[in-house]
Each structure stands twice: as C-alpha cells, then as structure tokens.
Design a protein around this ligand. Structure first.
Ligand code: MLC
Ligand code: AMP
Length: 508
C-alpha cells in the first residue's frame, strides 16, 4: 500500500543533489537537503522511542528556527500530530490549548520551560523538551543520540497531521484537525496553480505556527525541491536585498506595506522575482496598485483559512485571466465555493451572501467538538467560512466582510469576544466592546470602548496594561476609551458598526 504520509511526498521531492543548499538563513547558516533528511530522521527516532500512543499530539511553542521546521517535518515523519502555538501566547492561553489537546509531548523555549512545563505536567503530558533558536535545548541534545535513518511512518490520507487552534465564529478556540490528505492535496494544487518550477527560490518571512508560513510557504518550496532563504523575523530591507537571489515571496499585506516604505524597493531590486503572493488578510487596492507601480509586478492575492487551507486564488498565468485587485480570484481546482443567502439558497452571480466551501482541502472537524463541527457544516456537507462575499460573472470571488465577529490585525486573528471577556472581568467594568478600525501598518487594529459600573472609576490605560499581562501582544487593543454608554439597537445589542464608524479615523 502506498504511503500517503505528507512527509513522504515532501521527501520524494528532495533534489538528486542531496548536498545542495536547502536552506540559507539570515544568520548566515546553511543547511543541505541531507541535513534535513538526517535531522528529521533523528528527531523522528527520538519521538518514536518515546512509545507514544497512535495519534499523539506534539505541541510546540518555540521561536522560529530551521530546527523548529525540522521538528514539524519529523513529527509528520514519525506519524504524530503537530500542534503549533503562537509564540506570543501567555500562560492562560497555553493552559487552555494544552488542557484541550492533551499533547503527549510539549516543546517550548528554554526561557519558558518553568511555566510551560508546570502547565504541561498538570495536564498529564509526560515529555517536555526545550528548543531554542540558537540550536540548543534538550530536544536536540536527546536527538543527537538517535540514529539518522528512519523509515517514514505509514499514514493514510484521512489520518491527522496537524491541529491548528482557531476561534472560528464564536466562543473558545477550537482545534481544526487537518489530515495528511488535506495538506498534500492543497500543496499539490498550489504547486501547479502557481507554476512552481526548477530553480525557484523562496524567501520565507512569515511565522511557522499558522497556515500561511507553515503550510503554504513551506510545502510550496519543499514539494518543489526549492531552496529557502530563511528569515527568523521579517525585515523589509533584508527581504528586498535577498530578492536578487530569489523568485517567490509570500506575505500578509502588512509585509507588503512595510516593503513599500523602503526606497530600495523598485523594478531593479525585484527583477529576479517571479511571484509575490498576498493573503491571510484583506489587501487594500491601494497597496496592490502601489506595488504594481513601484515594481512592475502584480501581487497575487489568495484566500485561505485554518480549516480549509487555501480555497481561492487569483490566476498565475495570464491565460487564466488577470490578477484582479480587490478580489481573491477563483476557487482552486477541485475546490467548490458557493455563496448562499439567509434562506439557505444559492445566490445568483454578483449577489452578496455567506461563502461556503467543499473539497479535499476541507478539514476533518474540530478536535473533540463534534457538535461545533456539525454547526459549522451545512446539511449537504459544505463548510461555513464565516466570510461574506460574492462571485462575479467571470468567477472571481470577492470578500466583502465577515459574519463572524473577528478583527484581522497584521494577519493575526483577534476575537473580540475573548478580549471583551477579560475586560468585563476587571473590577469596576460594567461592559465593553472591541472593534476593528483601519490602520496603515496592520490593516486593522482593535480598540476597546468600555463603560464603568455605577460609582466606579476606571482608566483606559490601566485596562490596556492589565490585558498586556494576560494575553498575546497582538490581541491587545491599541487604545481603550471609557465612555458613559454604548450605542444599542432596539433589541439592546451593541451596535459595533457605529463604534467603528465613530473611530475609523483614529489612525488614518
Ligand atoms: C505585532 N504587534 C501587533 C501585531 N504584530 N499588533 C497588532 N497586530 C499584529 N499583527 C505589536 C506588538 O504587540 C508590539 O506592540 C509591536 O507591534 C511590535 O511587536 P513585534 O513583534 O516587534 O512586531 P513585528 O515583528 O513588527 O510584527 C509584525 C508582523 C507580525 C506583521 C511581522 O505581526 C507577523 O508576522 N504577522 C504575520 C501573521 C501571519 O503569519 N498570519 C498568517 C495567518 S494564516 P507593543 O505595544 O508591545 O510595542 C491565515 C490563513 C491564510 O490567516 O489565509 O493564510
Ligand atoms: P484563520 O482563522 O487565521 O485561518 O483566518 C482565516 C480568515 O482570514 C478567513 O476566514 C478570512 O476572513 C481571512 N482571510 C484570509 N485570506 C484573506 C484574503 N486574501 N482577504 C481577506 N480575508 C482573508
């Protein structure tokens, strides 16, 4: 029986010249394909030697490094389930994820070992390793004693490969279960659709704990046997400098906005490049046009989600149509996208409604939440994205809004309900509302509007300071206004649209 493990497909794409450069980092380190083969085998042997139960989750909260990527690949290779966690998450957030996922192994930075291991051991995790971004830590120390040959674990397309936590439409975070089949089919479609070819070199500038950096960018390069220029942290000057040696760049709109702020970005510095992909957040037409004018390249915008990986993309080839700014392009081959009205019927071309998706890219369900999973699918098996949009007569999909109360800031999702919950628990607070307002760098940022309990005095800056001590930094509202009342409709519901309107010029 064919091994459908995603890693087997990535491994099969390693070039013949196994000593050629696979990754070159911004710190001047070089890794060959042989290094990737050996290190993933050693880490996979370490994991295999722990005698973990089938389907064990390996939860990882570490700084971006090539070794962290190897840990991801080794987890696939050994047949376990990778659970990446944003490095910005603090203890309450980590406690929830570890408590919910019950990982068999947790890997964290050495500096966080004290508090992370406490949470992990309390949740029943038996193995906690450290991995730092300077190639130190107990994970690599232990793996150094393991053999460098490893037979890739057999996996079927329906077996789990990763769990990505996302808040979806409401409530607490849910673990989206992605299979080897989901990831591989999407990676293969994108390889073809975006015209990956021999000689391509990727600049990898995104974090590796979300879909964009972990799956779309990494799988794209690996499945093509392409060299990766690795940036531990995005730096616009360095990225532009490296374009002379690269062909593909992927980023959230904030990265493009920041590169546009550099005088070195021009036709000359980008002439070696073949493709610039944007996604994870709305790309302003203004950025799309400015990029075209400065570089002569047309950004290719695509649309995805943790639950579905990539679902639509503007065309790569001119024969497929032009890349249209303001749209997210066409449903990818094999992916069904439809727009439905409130009555549950499919809407005619051009009409605005709920975007739904079906296809081999769509996840298996939410981890241990069968009811939530059922709620997010229609009776005929389509996944409800929570995005609102339309499809024009030529088939281009445009996202016009979201039915889910969600702010996307610099490509990270912020769920107002979560932040409001924290604010409402603070002494003296009667109620709060978090809304997104336009921001020139992050696209959108959250601001809080709060009312005090009768007789209580509260301070906006103090609320922000208290949130900073509890939550990931990108979730912190950039401002907090204390007001006497919140606008409400006749049903008593807070009218967030009015708050957005009132504060829309705060940063513009
Ligand atoms: C950082 N800060 C942010 C922020 N990132 N604030 C709002 N939104 C963000 N995204 C704040 C910090 O809290 C801090 O504030 C200050 O900015 C500096 O922090 P930093 O860590 O130095 O910021 P920087 O490194 O400049 O990070 C910005 C960024 C990063 C744009 C490089 O946010 C990023 O890498 N974003 C990409 C996210 C991503 O990969 N998304 C893909 C999701 S996948 P203070 O007050 O403490 O100084 C997905 C599916 C799909 O959505 O379709 O792809
Ligand atoms: P996540 O839950 O982090 O995977 O975020 C997925 C959400 O990001 C989608 O449901 C969209 O709302 C948004 N998104 C992704 N790509 C785009 C895009 N190109 N334009 C607008 N929104 C996008």
């Amino acid at each position: 029986m064919k091994n459908e493990n995603l890693f087997a497909a990535l491994r099969a794409a390693f070039p013949q010249s196994i000593d050629a450069a696979a990754v070159e980092t911004d710190a001047g380190l070089h890794y060959s394909w042989r290094d990737l083969e050996r290190a993933t085998a050693m880490i996979a042997n370490l994991l295999a030697g722990l005698n973990l139960p089938e389907g064990s989750r390996i939860a990882v909260q570490v700084e971006k490094s090539v070794e962290a990527m190897m840990l991801y690949l080794a987890t696939l290779r050994a047949g376990y389930v990778f659970l990446p966690l944003n490095t910005a998450y603090q203890s309450a957030e980590i406690e929830y994820f570890i408590g919910n996922a019950e990982p068999a192994v947790v890997v964290c930075s050495g500096k966080n070992f004290g508090w992370v291991s406490k949470i992990a051991f309390k949740a029943g995790t038996r193995h906690v390793f450290t991995l730092n971004d300077d190639r130190t830590g107990s994970l690599l120390d232990r793996a150094a004693h393991c053999g460098d040959r490893h037979e890739i674990a057999h996996r079927a397309p329906d077996d789990l490969a990763a769990i990505l936590y996302t808040s979806g439409t409401t409530g607490r975070s849910k673990g989206a279960m992605l299979t080897h089949g989901n990831l591989l089919s999407n990676a293969r479609v994108l390889k073809d659709y975006w015209g990956w070819k021999p000689g391509d070199v990727l600049i990898h500038a995104l974090p590796i704990f979300h879909v964009h950096g972990l799956f779309v960018a990494l799988h794209g390069a690996l499945l093509n046997g392409s060299k990766i220029i690795w940036m531990a942290k995005f730096d616009p000057k360095f990225a532009i400098e490296k374009m002379a040696e690269a062909t593909v760049f992927m980023g959230v709109p904030t990265l493009y906005v920041r590169m546009l702020g550099e005088p070195s970005l021009n036709r000359e510095s980008t002439k070696h490049m073949r493709l610039f992909v944007s996604g994870s957040a709305p790309l302003l037409l203004e950025t799309f046009t400015a990029w075209q004018e400065r570089t002569g390249h047309t950004l290719l915008e695509r649309y995805g989600m943790s639950e579905t990986i990539m679902l639509t993309s503007n065309p790569y080839e001119a024969k497929g149509g032009e890349r249209r700014g303001g749209t997210v392009g066409f449903p990818l081959p094999g992916v069904g996208v439809r727009v439905r009205g409130d009555d549950g019927n499919n809407l005619p071309t051009g009409e605005i409604g709920a975007i739904e998706v079906k296809g081999p890219n769509v996840f298996k369900g939410y981890w241990r939440m069968p009811e939530k999973t059922q709620e997010e699918f229609t009776a005929d098996g389509w996944f409800k994205t929570g995005d609102v949009g339309k499809i024009d007569e030529r088939g281009y999909v445009t996202i016009v809004g979201r039915s889910k109360d969600l702010i996307i800031s610099g490509g990270y999702n912020v769920y107002p309900a979560e932040i409001e919950g924290y604010i409402n628990d603070m002494p003296g607070v009667a109620e709060s509302a978090l809304v997104g307002v336009p921001h020139p760098d992050f696209g959108e940022v959250g601001i809080a509007v709060v009312i005090a309990k009768p007789g209580a005095t509260i301070d906006g800056d103090q609320i922000v300071a208290q949130l900073k001590a509890q939550l990931a930094n990108f979730k912190i509202p950039k401002r907090c206004f204390v007001v006497s009342e919140l606008p409400r409709n006749t049903m008593g519901k807070v009218q967030k649209n009015l708050l957005r309107e009132q504060h829309k010029q705060l940063y513009t």
